[in-house]
Design a binder for this molecule. Structure first.
Ligand SMILES: O=P(O)(O)O[C@@H]1C[C@H](O)[C@@H](CO)O1
Ligand SMILES: O=c1cc[nH]c(=O)[nH]1
Length: 325
């Protein structure tokens, strides 16, 4: 595909300062990378000596991430269908990162579908390596998505939540990481225009709602999300409910565990990104995820449907404007 046809429409001055160059390729703020003869993307099982990144990934336009390898393989096959692509008879998609035994990565046309594991450190490591992969492949204007699951706050199970903003457990919208013994703070900012574009892709015939709001990115599934059912708990049910209602009043609509670093590192690199999750439950009604597996599995496909429809729409725009895929 012509890599200039899906334009990054953001304020170029601002994002340019952060990392994106005017030609759409982006510059990562790390002078050491330019001096390295080889870069081993250890957790992806790839390196710049053995693999030709431009040949392998030069046509990538969209990178979709989600917690589990199973979800991201399913998404890859779903994309084949949505994009009308066919594998040669008798062949299957391969996990490009299978040798790493960490993340799983599939490529379907201009889309990478990658598992990120659970929590900020896991997706953070992946983001470092994926951004370097995109840089070495000379990819222009990539768009990143997280297609995940979450706990809704006053939001019914099965509802899709698109994150407008991300905060940590103390309400701060910065990703904070100790670097050389000092705290480095990076603002967690999602691309507002991309959120609007996603909302335009919502199918009015859907039997479920799609909402937007603030996402609380927790460092834990249990106490960190005010659950009563972890191995430990030092608060009462009344205190938990007061906390959840306070969050709801502040505009927080869901809990998950990756949004903060996802928003912060993509923003720092000048890359557009959106976090689209389905709620497994409404936390105002309980803590346990006891929805039947088959129902959860169907719900998990809802963010996939929305993001796939966004991707299809963008690719169709390219075709209509006469540019080759
Ligand atoms: O994308 P997934 O469904 O893996 O994300 C959420 C947040 C945590 O990683 C995990 C907790 O169950 O689910
Ligand atoms: O409640 C939930 C469900 C999924 N993921 C979370 O982080 N929390």
């Amino acid at each position: 595909m012509d890599r200039t046809c899906v334009k990054n429409n953001r304020n170029k001055t601002k994002s340019g300062e952060n990392g994106e160059k005017r030609d759409g390729t982006f510059h990562l703020q790390n002078p050491h990378l330019e001096r390295m003869d080889e870069d081993v993307l250890y957790h992806l099982g790839l390196n710049t000596t053995s693999h030709n990144f431009v040949e392998m990934f030069g046509d990538v336009k969209f990178v979709c991430m989600g917690g589990t390898a199973n979800r991201m393989e399913t998404f890859a096959y779903y994309l084949l269908d949505v994009l009308g692509l066919k594998l040669p008879t008798g062949t299957t998609l391969i996990d490009i990162s299978r040798n790493s035994h960490r993340y799983s990565m599939y490529k379907v046309g201009p889309v990478l579908s990658i598992s990120h594991g659970m929590g900020v450190p896991s997706i953070g490591i992946l983001l470092h390596e994926i951004m370097k992969l995109l840089k070495y492949a000379k990819v222009k204007d990539p768009v990143l998505f997280r297609i995940g699951t979450c706990g809704g706050i006053g939001v019914e199970g099965g509802t899709i939540v698109i994150s407008e903003d991300a905060v940590d457990g103390l309400g701060s919208s910065y990703f904070q990481v100790p670097v050389l013994g000092k705290i480095v703070r990076r603002p967690a900012v999602f691309d507002k225009e991309l959120i609007e574009e996603l909302k335009d892709c919502v199918d009015p015939k859907d039997s479920y709602k799609t909402v937007t709001g603030i996402t609380l990115c927790a460092d834990d599934f249990y106490e960190g999300q005010g659950r009563l059912d972890g191995a430990f708990c030092d608060y009462t049910e009344a205190e938990k409910m007061e906390y959840l209602h306070k969050l709801k009043d502040q505009g927080v609509v869901n809990f998950e565990m990756e949004a903060l670093v996802f928003a912060a590192l993509t923003h720092h690199a000048g890359i557009r990104a959106a976090d689209v999750c389905v709620a497994c439950l409404d936390r105002l009604k309980g803590d346990q995820v006891n929805t039947p597996k088959d129902v959860l599995y169907e719900w998990q496909k809802r963010p996939q449907k929305l993001v796939a429809s966004y991707i299809k729409k963008q690719l169709e725009k390219c075709m209509l404007s006469g540019t080759n895929l």
